[in-house]
Design a protein around this ligand. Structure first.
Ligand code: FES
Length: 318
């Protein structure tokens, strides 16, 4: 069972709007309290109770739109093949409460004067909507390219009202021409993308060809490649005073938990960011779907559900 990280809240659902297979839930604080602030790109950890899914689950949903709004909004795509969390959330009604943790942010939108291209596929529009809101508020040059299945695209009216001609929609068979869009971007443009793996893989390749800064949030983990260090390695837990051996067939997270050290985790596949652990020493074999190339190069943090050592020994701030 996954664990919630940080502060927990119990907001109440004050509105729900279904658009095809997507439901947008608006959450308000109970009894006149205020919800914590957040920055574009942030997400909530939403608890799916054991009554809905055996053992319970925690799932991540990006916050939508204006970070200064007094309520939170999330969008949930119904995924029949998933663990059942999205089906349960589609059954939530106005007046129900949710248990949530966060907000947390592993997809920060960086301030600055550079132009920005936002790319969204399907429900990937959720973090992009918050970033585009911030770009509009600060007068930055930007454009939003949003592709999806007709009848299944949430937030279109909100986006159109706020972004006007800066919003480009691709539906009803109209294809988002990534080489054309990214190839025509001004030098120095930053690209922020969220959506299906195919869109992100192609966008990343085109951004790299065009020499553009690229940031993405993935829902689906990139396939795990073979570890750089195929032998067992040691992890020293600085604060717990333990030194543990991690065999090739186990993750650091599994070994640490077996020895009674509690680490929050959720996806166990390197996409949600919940198990992030600071690293004091050692070379990391990053295998997550979260960090940028620059963040990886710093060698100061890792996601211990999938990432491993690229050397005989790591020292973790645990
Ligand atoms: S538990 Fe999700 S990234 Fe490790």
């Amino acid at each position: 069972m996954s664990r919630l990280r940080g502060a927990a809240f119990t907001p109440v659902v004050v509105s729900r709007e279904a658009v095809g297979d997507v439901v947008v839930l608006e959450l308000a604080p109970l009894e006149g309290r205020r919800l914590p602030g957040w920055r574009p790109g942030a997400h909530l950890d939403v608890v799916i109770p054991p009554s809905a899914v055996p053992g319970g689950l925690t799932r991540q949903y990006s916050l939508i739109g204006d970070p200064a709004a007094p309520t939170w909004r999330i969008a949930v795509l119904r995924e029949a093949e998933s663990g059942g969390g999205s089906t349960w959330l589609h059954g939530v009604r106005e007046g129900d409460t949710l248990q949530v943790g966060g907000p947390h942010n592993h997809f920060e939108f960086r301030a600055g004067p550079a132009p920005v291209l936002f790319l969204a596929g399907g429900v990937g529009i959720t973090p992009i909507s918050a970033m585009a809101h911030a770009a509009a508020a600060t007068g930055r040059d930007y454009a939003v390219h949003y592709a999806g299945r007709a009848g299944n695209m949430a937030l279109v009216d909100d986006l159109r009202a706020l972004h006007g001609e800066r919003l480009h929609l691709y539906r009803d068979g109209v294809r988002l021409d990534l080489p054309g869009v990214l190839g025509a971007a001004a030098p120095g443009t930053a690209v922020y993308a969220c959506g299906p793996a195919r869109l992100l893989d192609e966008a990343e390749a085109e951004a790299s060809r065009a020499g553009l800064e690229f940031h993405a949030e993935r829902f689906v983990a990139v396939p795990l490649r073979a570890p750089v260090w195929p032998e067992p390695f040691e992890v020293e837990l600085q604060f717990s005073g333990l030194t543990l051996e991690v065999p090739p067939e186990k993750s650091i997270l599994e070994v640490v938990e077996e020895h009674g050290v509690l680490v929050p985790w959720s996806c166990s596949e390197g996409t949600c960011g919940t198990c992030e652990t600071p690293v004091a020493e050692g070379e990391i074999d990053h295998r997550d779907s979260i960090l940028t190339a620059q963040e990886r190069a710093r060698m100061d943090t890792m996601f211990i559900c999938v990432s491993r050592a690229a050397c005989p020994r790591l020292v973790l701030e645990l």
